[in-house]
Design a protein around this ligand. Structure first.
Ligand SMILES: *[C@@H]1O[C@H](CO)[C@@H](O)[C@H](O)[C@H]1NC(C)=O
Ligand SMILES: *[C@@H]1O[C@H](CO)[C@@H](O)[C@H](O)[C@H]1NC(C)=O
Ligand SMILES: *[C@@H]1O[C@H](CO)[C@@H](O)[C@H](O)[C@H]1NC(C)=O
Length: 356
């Protein structure tokens, strides 16, 4: 075999291997495009990218357009679901429901706007000329969907399903469409890369250098997603880590509550779960307060609140060891959400410390 063909052959073999190892067949051109998109933007979820519809001519513009259309569908479905929920729940006056309704109302408007932004992006991409035009519309969609997530986080509420899934998917579609557009030409690709991650990258690296507990990869990918469509600086990144931490802690608490109500839960497991539900509640409160202090640029108070979060979340009766000891199987989802939340607190605190 001539040396010049060795590399492409190896690439084809690698792509084939990855296709064969996945459950369903992924179009080879799509797989390559997604890989290139992920190399430009660490936030790209390869699996979701590879689930896109492939246009007949297999061209990148068409793939990007399909991603934008998929985003529009997700946003429209989410808006529709919120409408139904609001109409069904309008008689309820409980405080929780009032907060929930306020968050849902804000989300409805954001998703209606995002549906338009995605559709406009799709049209712009369809013209196959102006890369920035499509990307600007996608940035708009991303920011609007993010604001829906914020509407819940700022009220200390979990985003209900299926809204949460549709929100995550819409965010991912905006990121994927954007990154695929960036693959179209090399000059744009390097601009995309530079614009995207410089601040997130350097801040996460500095945070990891200052605290070995910081998971650098998670910091870059998670904060990259959270900060999408917003200005990245140490304050906004600390706030984004804090918001994500609150969100995961709320999920951990609701996992614990679900297990407590579940009839199949072994009774001897209940005391630990009860302790954890209470611990997470308090941690959510401290976490939310830390977020407020970050918003007010109050370093000392934000730091001490974050210490409180870490102390609470790692309380002896409800630490990873106590949960892992539960029989017959430790609650994996709860453990993961709790661990992610603690990691976000560590990241937020390390970033706050950089500001000093
Ligand atoms: C929205 O989320 C639900 C729940 O995960 C899912 O079944 C549905 O397909 C999603 N909608 C779209 C348009 O992806
Ligand atoms: C939500 O409901 C209102 C009032 O019924 C309607 O005007 C609006 O078009 C609906 N929006 C969506 C996205 O379904
Ligand atoms: C989308 O395009 C329409 C028609 O050109 C325009 O009126 C609207 O303001 C645009 N909306 C967004 C969010 O880009």
């Amino acid at each position: 075999m001539k040396p010049s063909t060795t590399r492409p052959m190896a690439l084809v073999a690698a792509v084939l291997a990855s296709i064969l190892s996945s459950a369903c067949t992924v179009d080879a051109t799509l797989a390559l495009t997604c890989k290139a998109a992920a190399a430009i933007d660490v936030r790209v979820n390869l699996q979701m990218c590879e689930s896109l519809m492939v246009p007949k001519d297999k061209d990148a513009w068409g793939m990007a357009r399909n991603a934008a259309d998929e985003g529009a569908i997700n946003a429209a479905v989410a808006a529709n679901a919120i409408n139904k929920t609001l109409l069904a729940g309008s008689a309820s006056v409980a405080r929780e429901s009032l907060l929930m309704n306020a968050a849902l109302g804000m989300c409805l408007r954001r998703f209606e706007q995002a549906t338009l932004s995605f559709s406009n992006a799709s049209e712009e991409i369809g013209r196959r000329r102006n890369q920035l035009g499509g990307r600007n519309k996608l940035d708009g969609a991303l920011a609007q969907v993010q604001e829906c997530k914020d509407a819940f986080a700022m009220r200390g509420l979990p985003q209900p399903q299926p809204l949460a899934q549709n929100t995550t998917d819409a965010i991912q579609m905006a990121i994927i469409a954007n990154a695929i557009i960036c693959t179209v030409d090399a000059a744009v690709a390097s601009n995309c890369k530079a614009a995207l991650s410089a601040t997130v990258d350097s801040t996460c690296k500095a945070a990891a250098a200052s605290d070995p507990r910081v998971n650098l990869q998670l910091c870059v990918s998670q904060l990259g997603v959270s900060i999408s469509g917003r200005t990245a600086n140490a304050w906004s990144l600390a706030k984004a880590a804090c918001d994500e931490g609150v969100y995961k802690m709320i999920l951990a608490g609701s996992d614990a509550a679900t297990l407590l109500e579940d009839k199949s839960t072994v009774p001897s497991n209940k005391p630990v779960l009860e302790t954890c539900a209470a611990v997470y509640d308090k941690a959510v409160m401290a976490f939310t307060q830390a977020g407020e202090q970050i918003e007010q640029r109050n370093l000392a108070a934000a730091t001490s609140r974050m210490d409180e979060v870490l102390a609470k979340a790692q309380e002896k009766q409800c630490d990873g060891a106590a949960l892992r000891a539960l029989v017959p199987t430790p609650p994996q989802k709860l453990l993961q959400n709790a661990a992610d939340s603690v990691q976000m607190a560590i990241i937020a605190k390390a970033i706050i410390n950089l500001i000093k």
